[in-house]
Design a protein around this ligand. Sequence first.
Ligand SMILES: [Zn+2]
Length: 178
Amino acid sequence: MTFVALRKCPSCGGELDAWAGVAWMSCRDCPRAWDLFSGPPEKIVTYRPAEEDSANRPEARLPLFLFGTRSGAEEAVVWIPAYRAAGARSDSDVASVLTERKHRPALVEAPLGCALARGPREALALFDALHPSDEDGTLAWQVLVSLPVRLAGGSLHEPVSNLWLDVPGIRPRVLART
Ligand SMILES: [Zn+2]
């Protein structure tokens, strides 16, 4: 897996972080991710947890799509990985734990701080595959978030919510830069 900076952000001129072979790229300097290869370039806004301690830099950032579903008055969230973790049992381990715990941090617009291994359409396809029925409600919204993480042995620690996540095989190199 190659980590490359290919192009400049059409909004701010910042460098874009990308994985080789993945169309979607995230800006290092502004809260945008881009697909510059589609007809007119497509963009989405990127977010981080609002309560993140900016003075305390994380070792790495973990990109995920967050889907909001609605069933009557009930809202739920579904996390879909935007990273790939070589050697982990499944790309979806961390995301499924976050979904099970109904993890829903307050979010603010911010640069993602890591490259994407999956764009919004691929994430939606994965969401549909994992949630084929309407029993979880209908999809109401979708955002792209990166969570700060520290690595301790085979575990990830997410300090905003103090979540510990057991992810054998995940490595900082896979998660890219902060
Ligand atoms: Zn930018």
